[in-house]
Design a protein. Structure first.
Lengths: 319, 306
């Protein structure tokens, strides 16, 4: 088990190194000279040279990357081009808000998606199975920004049950209950697409397990169907389900970006949107980096959980 | 005994089409026949063809301009005489914008997949056949790309390039390369281990011959299936980039921009303006997914019956 964790952590660190290279290269892709972008078209060559030196753009690209990486390791993500404050101070509080939203959405995904898939598998070809699989097939195609707007229209405006924007009431912020009330619609919007995929995958994984010989033996020995499903089949299906959930977190985080924009949720996605319109590259880089790191971390956790749940995978990983 | 039983069972199955059993239908025909049996996939294909036709024939289907409206007639609801889907916040005919917008949204969603397809196929084939170090290095590079959620990477690249239809397609195209390449790579690795490749090699086939004549036909089918499903995703993603203001530039009609415009008047109670274009995106995306599912079964020899 320790060997598995060590291997996974090492490969994750390598991936993170690669991630930092990609995020660093993003800026290199920006058309034109960044110094000219900052100073405008009428800048003198001397002024441009000065800014290039200040930004370290006159150094070889490998040295620039080492400087960037060194900064990252010290928690220095650069300075915003717009607000003139360290990027980390802008991004960190928003990162926490994004974690709250993404965490709530993940709870909904797993809490609804997995049981839905299990029940559909248990009642294969029933009306419930067909209906829930049709809905989740459709759900997987839903544009999340559209779903967010519809939720606002129906539950926010028509029914008036939930607030339509922000994280707390702007006039009288009311602590946790207020936060939860503001959380419902965005979390549901962000959860929908991955929930649909998780339900479908859970169903097909469970059906595969239910077709195996040992399940037939269990049935023949007279065990009730629900015991077979919950005690025996689920245990064998769970490692694959966990892997699927880990991968779906990517879609969830992508969806969260849109949801934050639509709901005015003060998180990384909303910040990314603002920074893109301001062309504030250091802040864009930091936002992209943080979201990628969350995704990588979740998949590391998923990998390790699979190792815990499925002793066979441990052997494979070490071999 | 077993063979007879199987034969008996086969006879019991409803005939798919009359009298073709002994003519040895071609692979293509088998696939078409298997596809036609999937009703959802057939309906999806018809819907998609209709949407594409409607977008192409937009000038003949609507007399109104998709970009110019009259401010005096703004925000008219569904069923307004002469404007079945109403008028938007700038007095533009919503149906016209949906029809013309389809041109941009469909192109932005499908072209990146089509352009990237041969590139990813080549990468996957070469790396899959070389295996060893090359394949290993490629997969590690792909691992890094997969550390970014697809939408995030598309947003980041689009943000760097700036808005515009061409830039969005480039951004989404770059994002898709690793996804398609991985499928081609996996399929190639699987196929390379099979006997027919070994036989070709023994018969003295050159590496290009093995790659393009032997492996390609078998690697293409899973990739076509995946690419079709991927179109369902890219339609949603590219419209999403337009929604965020880093895609197609207004006033050019596009389903993503229309959803975003609708969002701006949502709180005034005009939910339909966001609901309509989003529904169209959903239908087209779903159609691609169903067609992809249908193709997967149609191209699977185990599910083809003659």
């Amino acid at each position: 088990m320790t060997a598995l964790i060590t291997r996974r952590v090492v490969s994750t660190l390598l991936v993170l190194l690669g991630v930092s290279v990609v995020v660093f290269l993003l800026v290199q892709l920006v058309p034109g000279d960044p110094a000219r972008v900052i100073l405008g078209q009428n800048a003198t060559p001397a002024a441009i040279a000065e800014v290039r030196q200040a930004l370290g753009l006159d150094k070889p690209i490998v040295v620039q990357f080492m400087d960037y990486l060194g900064g990252l390791l010290r928690g220095d993500l650069g300075t915003s081009l717009i607000v003139n404050s360290p990027v980390i101070d802008i991004v960190l509080p928003r990162f926490m808000n994004t974690l709250i939203l993404a965490g709530a959405a993940l709870i909904i995904c797993v809490g609804v998606g997995v049981p839905l898939g299990l029940l559909a598998a248990k009642k294969q070809y029933s009306v419930f199975d067909r209906a829930s699989m049709f809905i989740s097939m459709t759900g997987a195609s839903v544009p999340v920004y559209w779903m967010a707007l519809l939720l606002i229209g129906f539950f926010g405006l028509t029914l008036g049950w939930f607030p339509t924007s922000g994280m707390y009431d702007s006039r009288e912020p009311g602590g946790l209950p207020d936060l939860l009330l503001h959380l419902v619609l965005p979390a549901v919007a962000a959860a929908l697409v991955p929930l649909a995929v998780i339900a479908r995958m859970t169903r097909s994984v469970t059906l595969e397990v239910l077709e195996q010989d040992y399940v037939r033996t269990l049935r023949a020995s007279g065990l009730p169907e629900s015991t077979i499903l919950w005690r025996h089949a689920l245990r064998n299906a769970l490692p694959q389900i966990v892997t699927v959930i880990g991968l779906q977190v990517g879609y969830l985080l992508g969806g969260v970006i849109f949801v934050e924009v639509v709901f005015g949720w003060p998180g990384l996605g909303g910040q990314l949107y603002t920074s893109i319109s301001q062309r504030d590259m250091p802040t864009i880089q930091a936002g992209v980096l943080f979201i990628a790191v969350v995704f990588v971390a979740v998949n590391l956790l998923a990998d390790i959980s699979v190792g815990v749940l499925d002793p066979r995978s441990r052997k494979q990983a070490v071999a | 005994m077993t063979a007879t039983l199987q034969k008996a069972r086969r006879v019991e199955m409803p005939p798919v089409s009359g009298g073709m059993e002994h003519e040895g239908p071609s692979r293509f025909r088998l696939a078409v026949r298997a596809y036609v049996r999937d009703k959802a996939a057939v309906v999806a294909l018809i819907v998609l063809v209709l949407v594409v036709l409607a977008a192409m024939l937009a000038p003949f289907l609507t007399p109104y301009s998709p970009t110019e409206g009259s401010a005096s007639e703004r925000l008219q609801g569904i069923g307004t005489p002469g404007h079945p889907l109403g008028l938007d916040g700038q007095g533009r005919d919503v149906l016209s914008r949906i029809l013309y917008g389809g041109r941009n949204s469909l192109v932005a969603g499908v072209v990146p997949v089509v352009v990237v397809f041969p590139i990813a196929l080549t990468i996957g084939l070469l790396a899959g056949y070389a295996k060893g170090r090359v394949g290993e290095v490629l997969m590690r590079i792909l691992d890094v790309i997969f550390a970014f959620p697809l939408v995030l990477l598309a947003i980041a690249i689009a943000a760097v390039f700036g808005a515009g239809l061409g830039n969005v397609m480039i951004a989404v195209g770059i994002t898709l390369v690793p996804y398609l390449a991985r499928v081609a790579y996996t399929a190639t690795v699987q196929e390379t281990g099979k006997d027919y490749v070994e036989a070709a090699r023994a018969a003295g086939a050159t590496v290009p011959q093995i790659l393009w004549r032997e492996l390609l036909p078998n690697v293409v089918s899973p990739l076509v299936v995946y690419a079709t499903t991927l179109c369902g995703l890219t339609i949603v993603v590219t419209a999403g980039l337009s929604f965020l203001g880093i895609g197609v530039v207004p006033p050019t009609p596009d389903w993503g921009i229309m959803t975003s415009d609708g969002g701006k008047v949502l709180l005034e109670g005009y939910v339909y303006l966001a609901a309509i274009p989003g529904t169209v995106i959903l239908i087209v995306s779903l159609a691609f997914n169903l067609i992809g599912d249908g193709l997967r079964d149609a191209l699977d020899p185990r599910k083809q019956t003659s």
